[in-house]
Ligand binder design. Structure first.
Ligand code: SAM
Length: 233
């Protein structure tokens, strides 16, 4: 008999109380290294697979005082909706409309940006289509990381000198092998001449598609993905 009812931990763990934070001059003092909003906000489409809440994007745009945004993997347009609400220009495209974010030709004539929001596929966790250019169709982990690097190079080429690139990435297990995609992303970004601009941000995932499933195996469920913000090294 398998039950969805989670046995209680021997200590309180469901209500996550945020640790105290030092007072500082941040325009978004609630933005810390843990982002936990249980609601997704009126941004993008909840039914688009792999979609995330818009609140983290909104906090980052306000923290970095951003004026012009690029979202080259826009999916259902969460980032674009956040920018519309904030009255900020956002240029967005997706392979679904035929534009490859890993090709320099897609960036011609777009001008410069001070913030790029990147929410790529977490390799094969969700396969979006059968287009070989899609990051979810990279034939190997190495090919995925290499293409991610090309994506970062393309975005760096349209970044203002103080601009930032935020990448939201998650880890998962595939056929028994844990894939630390966030660490590989960080490594590749540094290899391509970028450097972290602030702490990485752990984003807690509420109500994702696997949270209501039952598995007959034992594992430690991953309940977060990680946002890494880069500037030039
Ligand atoms: C995690 S989803 C993004 C979800 C999005 N943040 C939203 O608001 O719905 C990843 C997206 O990357 C797109 N994608 C994958 N490879 C791409 C490529 N080479 N060029 C452009 N878009 C790509 C997919 O089509 C998919 O829409």
């Amino acid at each position: 008999m398998v039950s969805h009812v989670q046995p209680p931990a021997p200590y309180p763990h469901k209500l996550i109380r945020h640790p105290e934070t030092p007072i500082n001059t941040s325009p978004t003092p609630w933005l810390t290294s843990v982002h936990a909003t249980q609601r997704r906000g009126p941004y993008g489409s909840a039914s688009y697979r792999g979609n995330c809440s818009g609140y983290l994007i909104k906090d980052l745009i306000r923290y970095f005082d951003v004026q012009r945004v690029l979202d080259p993997m826009t999916g259902s347009g969460t980032c674009n909706d956040v920018c519309s609400e904030l009255g900020i220009e956002c240029v967005s495209f997706d392979l679904q409309q035929g534009d490859d974010a890993c090709s320099v030709s897609s960036y011609k004539g777009l001008g410069k940006f001070d913030f790029v929001w990147l929410h790529p596929p977490y390799w094969r966790q969700i396969v979006y289509n059968d287009d070989p250019r899609c990051l979810s169709n990279a034939p190997s982990l190495e090919a995925f990381v290499e293409r991610l690097g090309d994506l970062l190079d393309c975005c760096s080429s349209v970044l203002n000198p103080d601009g930032k690139i935020a990448v939201l990435m998650g880890n998962y297990t595939q056929r028994g092998r844990y894939l630390p995609l966030t660490y590989l992303t960080m490594q590749e970004a540094i290899r391509r001449g970028l450097w972290p601009a602030c702490t990485e941000i752990i984003r807690l995932q509420y109500r994702n598609s696997s949270s209501s499933k039952t598995y007959l195996s034992s594992f430690i469920p991953g309940v977060h993905d990680t946002c890494m913000v880069f500037g030039s090294a």
